[in-house]
Design a protein around this ligand. Sequence first.
Ligand SMILES: [Zn+2]
Ligand SMILES: [Zn+2]
Length: 551
Amino acid sequence: MAQNELVFASLGGIGEIGMNLAIYGFGEDWRRQWIIVDCGVSFASEEQLPGIDLILPDIRYLIEERKNILGLVLTHGHEDHMGALIDLWPRLKVPIHATPFTAALFEARRASEIGAPEIPVQVVPLDGHLSIGPFAIDFINVAHSIPESNALAIRTPAGTILHTGDWKIDPTPLLGGPTDAAKLSALGEAGVLALVGDSTNAIRDGRSPSEADVAKTLGELIRTAPRRVAVTTFASHVGRLRAVADAARAAGREVVVVGRAMERVVQVARETGYLDGVQEFRGVDSYDYLPPEKVVALCTGSQGEPRAALARIAEDEHPDVALSRGDRVIFSARPIPGNEKAIARVINGLVSQGVEVITDRTHLVHVSGHPRRDELRDMIGWVRPKILIPAHGEPLHLAEHAELARRAGVPQVLVCRNGDLVRLSPGPAEIVDQLPSGRLYKDGALVIAAEARTVAARRRLSFSGVVSVAIAVNDKGALLADPEIELIGLPESDAGGTPLLEVARRAVEATFETRRRDPDEVAESLRRAVRGAIAERWGKKPICHVHVLVV
Ligand SMILES: [Zn+2]
Ligand SMILES: [Zn+2]
């Protein structure tokens, strides 16, 4: 007789940091019911993926299984957990569940996107409970770098899973309660089948410092600043915004919010009570009127994003905010891997203007929101899972988390990859199937398949440019006018000073002598000739298009 199985798969977020999307299924394998946990994005680097803004998980499998999906639960409001929803939800239309701040932040993001569809979100109270089909889900508060991060205890008739989401142990987190050790221990007491957990900082020993330590440093740095101070951090890090605001108040300074993403989060945080008791912030238009020693600017752009406030300030191109010699900029954030160069560009721009730049290289102005090794051991100790699956990490992080778990005595540790379908019960955990998985790209307003030739072509274009040739012939194959040739993205002339346009023209004329009749053959022979002639002079082969018009 077929048995009810409990299965897990990740369609994003395992083997990479970003694009988190996990699914849990329960039932006989031909009629499983599913829940989705999170639906996030990754950020693309311009060099690797020219013109691509975001990377989204490929949800082909979920679209196929749509009628069996009972709902989607968001652990918290970071983009790597909910950033793909606006684009992908219309293809799924499943109910979304989230705690109040996450729901409000999602709605604010959605409303800011032109043409985004209405997307209903059902609000779950803090420490709340949700029953969806065979899944009974408890939200457990964990400390992180955004309000309302939740671990999910997912109870099923085949056992309980703890999906940690993003977490750390911070006894003094500034916002919200600390990680709920009592609830996690009680869960362990009752028995946990599997723990699917955050591996981001699994290579770092010890414990991450507290947000309160960062607040102290920020207070000191703002108090002792001789002139203007600008602080940049992740817009959604409301605890940090609060720390900056408190430091500003203590130093007799006003806070000016610079950047749309920051304004949006501040508004959501006000509405949901996370800035209660914090002074009103000033709009960017008041920046000019405040004396230098009376202002702290809270800016977007901690990742070096070229269009964000700080990058524009560093280029001296911001319409409202300028910094000058003797001002102080604090980077209260760490580079997300891939952003180092962009951040260095911003820092160098600021330093060139005589601005003092302070980063976490020299001061405790940032701490991670993810658990280091001692914290991972604490979690395992509380929960005592039979199975542990490392998630939310690159291969190295997953391997280190796995090794740590084995040493901590977890009986079964399974490192898997995106698309692996893992049976958690019955029997020992094992990979039993492969689900279609992969990536989608957000390209302008469209979502395209990663396999599409668009991006590969764009990369080739950026490497070697295009030669475009157009000729008109009559039905006897005779040339009717001079060929039209255009070079895009090629050098003007070769080492000897001959224009490459001339090189292309000669190649066309020399090859055309053959007087072929078939326009496709003519086009192909010209294409090869032009490409070859250019390559001989240049050492690189451009993309070459030939249009033959028969008149
Ligand atoms: Zn995350
Ligand atoms: Zn997070």
